[in-house]
Ligand binder design. Structure first.
Ligand SMILES: [Zn+2]
Length: 296
């Protein structure tokens, strides 16, 4: 094997040397943009015959070599590259390290919207997230809509507490928040303004995997179907997923990640500088308690 590889390397070096020589002889420099055969055809004999033969052989060799291939692949990848943002709520769970391992296998980044008590339980995992470039977001403290949405101040206060817990562990002060169950319809317009005036950015999603309800492989085709319609609408996909212990989300995640990879999606993490994807209230928001009173 070793010898074979070495010979292959020498062969490639030889091909490249011949390539350089022919380019020099034929007398043009910009190989990639010009047709070698056409250049050679314009020459007079006998130089023409030699150059034609060499040029066509060279084209074949360069096309078949690793060099030619990697350039082709890179160009086609750039042309097809699309971005998707995976987000995981409610963690960190005891499985969060496995989750990061799986993401890493596919060179995928993601963002975690985390609860303060869980951050305290898994500080090392959260440090690892920060170190490896995953996105860090806040999800509050109680995850109880009756408490979180009781007032604008209660929602703000939970996010501030969560922010402090995360900062104490990682040294990073994030402003990305996702309110429990999403900002609509619970977060009233005034609560939203209060949170935003304190610098928080409220992130919702445009694809709900429904992993929390399906609890099976079914969330994968659900996401794939939604992706197609989001893409047609020209929007950037932000996918809601959950970091729960022993979850179907983690079990079937490789299936989703390999689909995304095969379809040239780049999986990135969110950051504080981005404009958030967020549900609009349009005066239809109301507090959780009001919702239950009116029984809607
Ligand atoms: Zn949640």
């Amino acid at each position: 094997m070793g010898k074979g590889r070495k010979m292959l390397k020498w062969r490639e070096v030889a091909i490249l040397t011949v390539a350089a020589l022919v380019i020099f002889i034929v007398g043009f420099a910009n190989f990639g943009d010009r047709d070698v055969s056409a250049e050679a055809k314009n020459m007079g004999p006998p130089k023409k015959a030699v150059a034609l033969e060499q040029a066509s052989e060279l084209k074949k060799q360069i096309k078949g070599s690793n060099l030619g291939r990697s350039i082709d692949e890179k160009a086609s990848k750039q042309a097809h590259e699309k971005v998707v943002y995976l987000t995981f709520d409610d963690g960190p769970s005891p499985d969060v390290n496995k989750l990061m391992d799986t993401l890493n296998k596919y060179h995928a980044k993601a963002t975690f919207f985390m609860l303060a008590p869980n951050i305290k339980k898994h500080p090392e995992a959260v440090k690892r997230m920060a170190k490896e470039g995953f996105g860090l977001g806040l999800h509050g403290v109680t995850h109880d809509p009756n408490k979180f949405y009781r007032s604008g101040k209660s929602a703000l206060h939970e996010m501030e507490q969560d922010q402090k817990v995360l900062e104490d562990i990682t040294g990073i002060k994030t402003h990305m928040v996702r309110t429990p169950y999403g900002s609509f319809p619970y977060l009233r317009e005034s609560d939203r303004s209060l949170m935003e005036s304190h610098g928080f950015k409220i992130w919702d999603w445009d694809i709900d995997s429904e992993d929390w309800e399906l609890k099976s492989r079914q969330y994968v085709p659900k996401v794939i179907n939604s992706l197609n319609s989001i893409e047609k609408a020209g929007r950037t996909p932000v996918i809601l997923l959950h970091d729960h212990e022993n979850s179907a989300t983690l079990k079937y995640l490789p299936e989703l990640l390999s689909y995304l990879k095969q379809h040239h999606y780049k999986m990135k993490s969110l950051d504080d500088s981005m404009k958030p994807v967020t549900f609009q209230c349009h005066n239809r928001c109301y507090a959780y308690s009001q919702k239950h009173k009116s029984n809607r």
